[in-house]
Design a protein around this ligand. Structure first.
Ligand code: UDX
Ligand code: ADP
Length: 472
């Protein structure tokens, strides 16, 4: 059988992955009708909004949606209709870490994947290529295949592919338009390879052929976990070294620069920080840990576990530096936190280091004022409520204030903590900030963003990740 010519695509899940990915597919493949569906009505309404106030912030995304929406890109809550009509279905639903039951705290919660897969099986009346897009543990495709085959009706055949997404938030559109690689995993059977080719042909509309890698299903699934684990490992490595720098007077910027100059190592992902966040790194490593343990490979599990442990250590080390520097107590003190998103150029807060820092400050009964250019207030309250499950939101609100600019955030505060590397923080008028702060005025830079010497000349007391006092 020759590979089918994909004419209609359905994407189940209109989130950070499914939304941008399928919007770009629609943009680059005007001959394919792409329908992105979600059960969440307000999310779909936002995707369809007249003023393009989309549910996620991603540079360049509005332009893509403006060009394709209504032409060959549609957003809908009618999941069944989109399944019924599609030749190829991306499953791009959320796969959070399980909160309870077997593997709690480690394994991925595959409930959403399973529900979406069962829906496909219940609705489909013709052959479908089903593509696993969400990050999932190895062998999830196998489970999806079993569910689909045991529930198929009307002679519908399902071919399963794994096509993990490597986009990073904040640069999603750029990453999608010009990916380092597209990875497609399939069963190595005739049908599997045909399905793989059908999806490869979709990407070939804009991705050079040599960047479209085709592998076995399990290799594809594992590669996604491996890529994220190795990226996170680099950050934990540099963060571990930042602790040594602080203790010895070396400068972590200089160390990463020198190390990254080795062409075998390379300069990317060597930026020390207050800790990595985001929906993927921690989740995927914990998945890998769980997988290793399930395979009776405890040494392998312990190895990867340490990458997450080091990240936790980095966050708590930073909180401790704040407390220690503010004369060993922050009770009743006022701290401004600049940035709440897990990185710049996104409104996403999942696993953001800012949440952990603020939780730590609140546990010391400090007053915290937050400013982030993109994160919604309701999201901040939700995150802080989840981070402090034993504290009623009303109590949290007595200690936390959310404001709308840097000067307002820093006014009458003892300390400023930089938690996210937003570009606008590079432009802060520190003299004005200083003039409005309580003295002595402290700045804690968790993102290597400020010019420490300049701030010291103004009068600030400054602490920067990865710089010991003797290098300051
Ligand atoms: C990551 C992967 O990069 C992407 O390929 C995958 O598809 C999803 O997970 P994302 O989480 O969106 O993407 O952002 P990324 O740029 O990787 O940053 C993750 C976290 O690491 C952020 O908190 C970021 O601030 C931090 N980081 C990144 C550092 O602390 N130092 C660095 O050098 C790089
Ligand atoms: P990601 O970052 O992986 O894209 P998100 O949480 O941003 O994750 O998005 C996943 C989306 O999938 C959510 O909007 C959620 O409502 C949607 N979703 C989950 N299960 C289903 C389902 N069975 N059918 C349709 N949409 C679903």
């Amino acid at each position: 059988m020759a590979p089918i010519d994909v004419k209609k695509i359905c994407c189940i899940g209109a989130g950070y992955v499914g939304g941008p990915t399928c919007a770009v597919i629609a943009l680059k493949c005007p001959h394919i009708t792409v329908t992105i569906v979600d059960l969440n009505q307000s999310r779909i309404d936002a995707w369809n909004s007249d003023d393009f106030s989309l549910p996620i912030y991603e540079p360049g995304l509005v332009d893509v949606v403006k060009q394709a929406r209504g032409r060959n890109l549609f957003f809908s809550t009618d999941v069944d209709k989109a399944i019924l009509e599609a030749d190829l279905i991306f499953v791009s639903v959320n796969t959070p870490t399980k909160k309870s039951g077997v593997g709690a705290g480690f394994a991925a919660d595959l409930n959403y994947v399973e529900l979406a897969t069962r829906r496909i099986a219940a609705v489909a009346t013709s052959n479908k290529i089903v593509v696993e897009k969400s990050t999932v543990p190895c062998r999830t495709a196998e489970s999806m295949r079993t569910i689909l085959e045991s529930n198929s009706h009307g002679g519908a055949r399902f071919d399963i592919l794994s096509n993990p997404e490597f986009l990073a938030e904040g640069t999603a559109i750029k990453d999608l338009l010009s990916p380092d690689r597209v990875l497609i995993g399939s069963l190595q059977t005739g049908e599997g390879l045909d399905a793989c080719q059908a999806l490869a042909n979709v990407y070939a509309n804009w991705v050079p052929k040599e960047r479209i890698l085709t592998v076995g299903l399990w290799s594809s699934e594992l590669s996604k976990l491996a890529a994220n684990a190795m990226l996170a490992q680099r950050i934990s490595s540099i963060n571990a070294l930042s602790a040594i720098c602080e203790a010895t007077g070396a400068n972590i910027d200089e160390v990463s620069h020198a190390v990254g100059f080795d062409s075998r190592i390379g300069p990317k992902f060597l930026r020390a920080s207050v800790g990595f966040g985001g929906s993927c790194f921690q989740k995927d490593i914990l998945n890998l840990v769980y997988l290793s343990e399930s395979l009776h490979l405890p040494e392998v599990a312990a190895y990867w576990r340490q990458v997450v442990d080091m990240n936790e250590y980095q966050k708590s080390r930073f909180s401790k530096t704040v407390v220690d520097t503010l004369f060993k107590t922050i009770t009743g003190k006022h701290i401004a936190v600049l940035g709440f998103a897990f990185k710049a150029d996104t409104g996403d807060t999942r696993e953001s280091a800012a949440i952990t820092l603020i939780r730590d400050f609140l546990s010391e009964r400090a007053y915290v004022t937050i400013y982030d250019p993109k994160v919604e207030e309701s999201q901040i309250w939700q995150d802080l409520s989840e981070a402090c499950p034993n504290t009623p939101l009303e109590t949290i609100k007595k200690y936390v204030t959310i404001v709308h600019n840097v000067i307002e955030a820093c006014k009458d505060k003892e300390a400023v903590v930089i938690a996210t590397e937003w570009k606008e923080f590079l432009e802060i008028d520190w003299q004005t900030v200083y003039d409005h702060m309580t003295k002595p005025a402290f700045v804690f830079d968790g993102r290597l963003l400020i010019d420490a010497d300049k701030l010291r000349k103004i009068g600030f007391k400054v602490k920067v990740i990865g710089r010991g006092d003797s290098t300051q």
